[in-house]
Ligand binder design. Sequence first.
Ligand code: HEC
Length: 219
Amino acid sequence: MSDKHHDNKPEELLPGDFIPEQQLLEHEYDGIQEADNPLPKWWVQLFLICIVFAVVYTPLVHVFNLLPKDYLANDIAQAAMVAEQREAELVASGFYDKDPVAAGKKYFGTFCVSCHGTYGEGGIGPNLTDNFWIHGPEEINITTTIMNGVAAKGMPTWGPILGERKIKMLAAYVMTLWATPPPVAGKKAEGEAYDMAVIRAPKVEAVADSTATAASKKM
Ligand code: HEC
């Protein structure tokens, strides 16, 4: 070990070092003796700092309320305010809509009614409210049809004109049309028939169904 323990300074002792006789306490039980090792300096200093901190901190915070106690609540309130402001900005910019279906309806009124009718009942373009679809009834089919169009049949290519965001909102709106039959006679069926009640069933139920099937498979 180190040479230092020759000067017998107690704080220089390292674990496993020989403990000189005079540092053993008087008592002894079954041959077991207790060494009187002092605590390391750094430990004692830390302990004293803790005491000083407690004496200063406790009255300041808990008696005189001098430090802000509800800084977390303030932070949350401020973050909520910033988020609200940002959302208002986005809504005002027209880039973001709180209600995608309502926004889709708005865009449908501007860009689509001329061919698909006010209620989606069809005209130049096919009826979007019935069970029949030329290009498929799923969200991905509808989005793709709007995006790419069907140039040969007169459905414009909306992708470069409207962009993905608006097209997604349009698709969200088109998907609600099946459940809201038009108050006017729709265009005759075109394309293939689909079981729309199943296809338009809320996704939550679909998840519940799949867990139910998974559970029944286990049994
Ligand atoms: C200039 C007329 C025209 C406009 C405007 C138009 N469409 Fe079409 N749309 C059509 C035609 C025609 C078809 C049928 C294409 C075919 O037969 O393959 C069609 C097909 C569709 C289909 C597929 C229907 C199916 O049965 O698979 C969807 C969905 C659709 N349009 C949505 C829209 C949306 C949303 C808009 C507005 C952004 C829009 N269309 C604007 C003419 C138009």
